[in-house]
Every structure is written in C-alpha cells, then in structure tokens.
Design a protein around this ligand. Structure first.
Ligand SMILES: *Cc1c(COP(=O)(O)O)cnc(C)c1O
Length: 242
C-alpha cells in the first residue's frame, strides 16, 4: 500500500483535511464538514487507494463512468465497497435517473421533478429486488444565476420541487447543493445560496445539508455554512484528458 500514488494521495488528503479544519476554526464553527472526494476521470485504482486510506465518501459526475467504477470496486474488494458511499454530483438525464438509484448513496444534483421521479422509481425497484433498501437522500441543485443549462433548478421553482420530493417514499429531501456561477465572487454566491438553504430548512426541517465548496473555494463555502465539500483536484491532481 506504500506505492508512490498512495503516498501522494495520503499527503494531499491530509493537506485538504487541514484546510477544512482551518476554515472551520476561522469561521468559529464547532461542527464538522463532510468531505466527498471527487474521483471523476480518475481510474478505479485511485478509488481503491482512497478507500484504503479511509475515505468514505466518493463523488462522481457521469452516470456511465460511475456505474462502471462501482462495479469495479465491488469486484476488486467487496469489503471496501461496502464501506464507501457513492455521491452522484453531476447532471442526470431523466431517463438515466432510475439507474442512478441502483448504486448511489446520495444524490446532490436533483434539478427537476422528472429526475426526482426517476430516482424514486429506481429506488423502489431496487428495494423490491432486495438490492438497496435504504431511503436515498437527495439534495436539490440550485441555479443561482438562472442559467439552468449549467444544471440546477431556478430559484423560483425550488420550493415546488422541494415539496414534491418531500412527498416521495423511497427518497428523502436532504438539502441544497450549489456550484457557484463563473462570474462574480464565490463568497457572495455562497452567502446567497446559504440564505436559500436556510429557507428550505425552515420549510423542511430534515433538509439540513448544504453541499458547497470545491478545491478552489472551499474556505468561502465553509465560512457560509457548507456542511459538505466536494473536492477533486486538490486531492487527486489534474484530471486526465479524455
Ligand atoms: C468536478 C466537480 C467537483 C470537484 O471540483 P474540483 O475543483 O476538482 O475540486 C465538485 N463538484 C462538482 C459538481 C463537480 O462536477
């Protein structure tokens, strides 16, 4: 387990955890923050290394790549596979949503009723087949600038989507997720999103997660109250070109 890549991942993981601790302290926060390590574009060998280093939350953004890695990890090491949680963080086409419910442990990128219904249907089917019986936590992805082509639900449509998800049986409303728009300061966007997350929590007390912050902006996300950061590059390095 002391191959050079594992050493590198271990060092970067430790550095990232130090950044998280420093950001929590700077924000005067006593609580913690979940770390989802984003393995997209990286080989399953890195997933195995990370899981052996104690990483429990893994993130993927493309349906096919994720499903393949989930299967590969199970084949490589069933015990390790049972210990990790797969987070779907990327755009989901509604006709692929049911399949995502077959392997995901948490979905951060729900942005339409169709996607929510697909996840519900897939989870119901998986439960009936005895595959996965747990209720699937869903976070609604908010589009802060209203450019929903980049994913996310427009803010005026968020309450309706939240009410819909709250009425489903095999999935549950767990919170809000945001990727800040390219224009403008992340801190301003995170503060804006945090207010939306708080309003959501007022309407749905169980929706207490706020997924915000990536390699480049996790400090300002934590200052705004993020409960879950999604970090790829800072731990795995640049993504291989495909
Ligand atoms: C890729 C990705 C991340 C991780 O980004 P890094 O800058 O590599 O940390 C986080 N969230 C989403 C939605 C992503 O697609």
């Amino acid at each position: 387990m002391s191959d050079p890549r594992s050493e590198e991942l271990s060092t970067r993981l430790a550095e990232t955890r130090e950044r998280l601790d420093a950001a929590l302290a700077a924000a005067g926060r006593q609580d913690g923050v979940d770390l989802v390590v984003v393995t997209k574009f990286h080989p399953v060998g890195d997933v195995v290394r990370l899981a052996r280093l104690g990483v429990r939350d893994l993130g993927e953004n493309r349906v096919q790549e994720a499903a393949a890695k989930v299967a590969d990890l199970s084949a490589a090491d069933p015990e390790l596979a049972a210990a990790v949680r797969w987070n779907m963080i990327g755009h989901i086409q509604s006709n692929k949503a049911a399949a995502v419910a077959g392997w995901a442990d948490r979905v951060h990128s729900v942005d339409s009723v169709k996607v929510a219904n697909g996840l519900e249907k897939g989870r119901a089917r998986a439960a009936a087949e005895g595959e996965r019986t747990g209720v699937l936590p869903l976070l609604l992805q908010l589009s802060l600038d209203g450019d929903t082509s980049r994913g996310g639900v427009a803010r005026q449509d968020l309450p309706g989507l939240a009410d819909h998800v709250a009425g489903l049986e095999h999935v549950r409303l767990a919170g809000l997720m945001v990727v800040p728009p390219l224009e403008g300061a992340p801190a301003v966007h995170f503060a804006d999103a945090a207010r939306v997350a708080e309003a959501l929590r007022r309407d749905h007390p169980g929706a207490d997660e706020f997924s915000a912050g990536m390699s480049g902006d996790l400090e300002s996300a934590i200052a705004a109250g993020s409960t879950c950061v999604r970090v790829g590059t800072a731990i795995l390095g640049p993504r291989p070109v495909v």
